[in-house]
Design a protein around this ligand. Structure first.
Ligand code: 9MR
Length: 485
């Protein structure tokens, strides 16, 4: 073989081997099954997000994991890294390193972050449960203030109180309840709101997906918090299902009745376990469950997104907790997609009007966002005063293209229902991608409108969206106009 050809040949061989390996691992399969990522499809299906819980050890050690994570998902939830026992293992001693790592990954991949969680009876360090009851409130408020302040501006939504109820709908008698009664919930929400007024504040629980005593208890609590003017923005429905226990009764109607209270709803920890060994019949039932959850969310306009509790069986919590059960996720342990993945992708595609975003190629983990422009019509902005102000900052410019962040601040006295930022480029800048807003560009004129999950900005609060654009010649910043509905 001529010496000069050797590197080319080696490169071709390496590429072939890599492709074969990726194919064998199933990494390429999802793109064949569905041309768009779950995040892109959810965005096109009414401006929703599709997220996953993330294990920090996988994030730092498994490149197949991170390449799927970075391409398929538009939101992330730390599976453990923001919990009390990790963040404040000893009183007043804070460790945000794991959460910081995920926030930084999410920023690079333009993903929303759901903060999980601030107040929970589990994964609670012994020093909290051992406190004299008259010191619990101060410890809780300090924990919330420190953690929410640390992540201010980086967290889309916080699970402020996690799993406050027993299955019969009575309050869980944990140390917070013992110290403060039911009032600890309102106190936690108010404390979180004071630390980051822009973050959405959620209560999150399991076994509230279908109607029943526990769902009723959560419903009554949210209704009473709303009536008292306590800052609550959403309810998280964990949705840890098992095919042997049947599908929750009336899930869509249940989500709808919560939404009617004036809160967002979200599927926050979806997985569907089965008794092992996994069989194709069980996979089919599992796909049907995933599909029913997806469609229940899609049918409720205030259902802002779906998060799966890990996307691969390789890192699922299920086998460690339920002996003999598992295979609960969209991908198996070898990163092959399952029928459940296809079912979810198909449901999202149908909800997006059957149009899918352009095919994505294999995802470089450092690539700019791959979110395709949503195909749904932008929400119309109701007429009214401009209660918002938008500011623009280029974050990176490489001579022929750039990324920029736009901050939208509510300068009015009521929550925004929607917002629209428009501008005219001074040069030949052309948007190629935008995240956390729905955009259109015609000639030099650009409009960016809110997504359903960031339309509501409280007075004094702000949100932001990002864009990537190309240009040649100068890259002068535009003047922005903001209108709020
Ligand atoms: O998936 C989490 C697992 O790694 C932890 O060991 C476990 C500890 O309780 O928590 C799991 O996540 C839980 C989540 O934080 C709250 N809802 C139930 C989830 C599954 O147990």
């Amino acid at each position: 073989m001529p010496r000069t050809l050797r590197p080319v040949w080696l490169a071709a061989l390496a590429a072939g081997v890599l492709l074969a390996m990726l194919g064998a691992l199933g990494v390429l399969a999802p793109r064949a099954a569905a041309q768009s990522t779950l995040g892109q499809l959810a965005s096109a299906a009414g401006g929703r997000y599709f997220g996953t819980a993330v294990s920090n050890s996988a994030l730092t050690s498994d490149t197949t994991y991170t390449s799927i994570l970075g391409s398929q998902f538009s939101a992330v939830t730390p599976e453990n890294a923001m919990k009390w026992d990790t963040v404040e293992p000893n009183q007043g001693q804070f460790d945000f390193s794991g959460g910081d790592q995920l926030v930084s990954y999410a920023k690079q991949h333009n993903q929303l972050v759901r903060g999980h969680n601030l107040v929970w009876h589990s994964q609670l360090p012994g020093w909290v449960s051992g406190l004299p009851l008259n010191q619990v409130q101060a410890a809780m408020e300090n924990h919330i203030t420190q953690e929410v302040s640390h992540y201010k501006g980086s967290i889309y939504a916080w699970d402020v109180v996690n799993e406050p109820f027993n299955d019969d709908g009575s309050y869980r008698s944990d140390v917070f309840y013992q110290a403060m009664g039911t009032g600890y919930i309102a106190d936690a929400l108010r404390t979180a709101h004071a630390a980051d007024p822009s973050a959405k504040l959620y209560l999150n629980d399991y076994n509230i997906e279908g109607t029943g005593a526990k769902a009723d208890a959560m419903y009554n609590l949210v209704s009473s918090l709303k009536a008292q003017g306590v800052p609550i923005d959403g309810v998280g429905f964990e949705t840890h299902l098992a095919i042997q226990y049947g599908f929750p009764t009336g899930m869509q109607q249940n989500l709808q009745r919560f939404a009617a209270l004036g809160v967002d709803v979200a599927i926050t920890e979806l997985d569907v376990r089965m008794t092992l060994p996994e069989t194709s019949a069980q996979d089919t039932t599992q796909a049907d469950y995933y599909s029913q959850v997806t469609n229940a969310c899609l049918a409720v306009s205030r259902c802002v997104g779906i998060t799966v509790w890990e996307f691969t069986d390789k890192y699922s919590w299920v086998p460690g907790t339920f002996s003999g059960q598992g295979a609960a996720d969209l991908y198996d342990s070898n990163y092959q997609t399952k029928p459940a993945y296809t079912a979810v992708a198909n449901d999202l595609t149908a909800a997006a009007g059957g149009t899918t975003a352009p095919p994505t190629t294999a995802p470089p983990t450092t690539a700019p966002p791959t979110t395709a422009p949503p195909t749904t019509a932008p929400p119309t902005t109701p007429p009214g005063g401009s209660g918002c102000k938008a500011s623009y900052a280029v974050s990176s410019d490489w001579g022929s293209g750039f990324t920029a962040n736009v901050t939208v601040a509510n300068t009015g006295s009521a929550d925004t229902k929607s917002w629209k930022v428009s501008w005219s480029w001074p040069g030949n800048q052309a948007v190629v991608n935008m995240w956390n807003a729905v955009y259109s560009q015609s000639g030099t004129a650009v409009t960016a409108t809110s997504q359903s999950y960031n339309a509501d900005i409280p007075p004094g609060g702000s949100t932001s969206f990002g864009l990537q654009a190309t240009y040649s010649g100068g890259n002068t910043a535009p003047t922005l106009t903001c209108t709020a509905g």
